[in-house]
Design a binder for this molecule. Structure first.
Ligand SMILES: NC(=O)c1ccc[n+]([C@@H]2O[C@H](COP(=O)([O-])OP(=O)(O)OC[C@H]3O[C@@H](n4cnc5c(N)ncnc54)[C@H](O)[C@@H]3O)[C@@H](O)[C@H]2O)c1
Length: 320
């Protein structure tokens, strides 16, 4: 079995590759990554010399590169992590998001159609559902919730999901989609909330908090996400969408406070800044489907995962 993993030098993709190589000893992984600012090849060092692994620097939008890889490697499955992933950057400059997240996904699907594939898996996000009110904690997103993306990032991801489903219907490409809540763990680029907070706190710099800080995110340890995708590849049904989430809803302000507490830094570092335009208030995932149909559940307790994550970044940033 050969899996083409795109975006595998980024945060979640790198964890996925390390996890899959460790758990499936007969698996070959081919990683295609453009190595944008968000990538770090050193995360793949443990597998780089394995005969079961090959890294190719390239763009999923580049048809020639993608088709050449299909011809050379005949992948059995494609797992598409490659994306521009930062909402703030998408608000500044949407074009690259549309190109990579939509057109790039289209090129990969064309490759699957041309050369054949057992499964194309699209890694999507809870953000495609829009947001939920803060005063209705009983409401959660299910797989049937309507798509209602609010940022250029989330609308590009929703578009890619629709394209993926359309290619199944039109061309018969076997596909699955997973929509996951916010991930945390080692390897994340320090523009995202958790590594940014740790990096700033360690150097006693102000930690920016959007608006009133009450926006709520549902946090999941990154390896639990990887395990879920592995299960979907093995047992998920063609054409199905699976929500993945941590059932761990925390406001941004509380999250920053918890990190400051672990680092023994004062709350006074928190500095309120102008809210992000269109800022989603709350995400919350109903994960009944993946739990009941595939037997998945999150295993990492938030306190333990956060502690582990902070320790990793402290080590990475020591000497700053
Ligand atoms: N981080 C989260 O909390 C989260 C939650 C749910 C879903 N997701 C989705 O998971 C996927 C991975 O997210 P992440 O946080 O690891 O992102 P990331 O920004 O850390 O990594 C993205 C990777 O994709 C690569 N890439 C970007 N454009 C490319 C292109 N045109 N061709 C090839 N490679 C390209 C980058 O070099 C990088 O290695 C994304 O699709 C994202 O939408 C992320």
């Amino acid at each position: 079995m050969t899996i083409l993993v795109t975006g595998g030098a980024g945060f979640i993709g790198a964890h996925f590759i390390l996890y899959m190589m460790k758990v499936h000893k007969d698996l070959r992984i081919l990683c295609l990554d453009k190595l944008t600012y968000a990538a770090d090849l050193s995360y793949l060092a443990p597998v780089m010399d394995s005969p079961r692994f090959r890294f190719v620097k390239g763009d999923i939008c580049d048809r020639e590169t993608v088709y050449r890889l299909f011809e050379e490697e005949h992948p059995d499955m494609v797992v598409n992590f490659a994306a521009e992933s930062h909402v703030d950057r998408s608000i500044e400059d949407p074009a690259l998001f549309l190109e990579t997240n939509i057109l790039g996904t289209g090129v990969l699907l064309d490759g699957c159609r041309t050369y054949g594939i057992q499964r194309f898996h699209q890694v999507s996000t809870d953000e495609v559902y829009g947001d939920l009110p803060l005063d209705r904690p009983d409401l959660l997103f299910t797989e049937e919730s309507p798509l209602d993306p609010h940022s250029p990032y989330s609308s590009s991801k929703a578009s890619a999901d629709l394209l993926t489903l359309a290619c199944r219907r039109t061309y018969g490409i076997p596909v699955t989609i997973s929509r996951c809540s916010n991930n945390y763990g080692p390897f994340q680029y320090p523009e995202k909330l958790i590594p940014l907070t740790i990096q700033r706190a360690l150097t006693d710099q102000p930690i920016p908090l959007y608006g009133d800080g009450k926006n709520v995110r549902d946090w999941l340890y990154v390896e639990d996400h990887c395990r879920a995708i592995d299960l979907i590849l093995q047992k998920g049904k063609d054409g199905e969408i699976y929500n993945i989430g941590g059932h761990c809803e925390i406001s941004n302000r509380d999250l920053i406070r918890r990190i400051l507490h672990i680092l023994s830094k004062p709350d006074t570092l928190i500095t309120q800044v102008k809210d992000r335009p269109g800022h989603d208030r709350r995400y919350g995932m109903d994960t009944k489907k993946i739990r009941s149909q595939l037997g998945w559940q999150g295993e990492t307790e938030f306190e333990e995962g956060l502690e582990r994550t902070v320790v990793w970044y402290v080590d990475k940033y020591k000497g700053l």
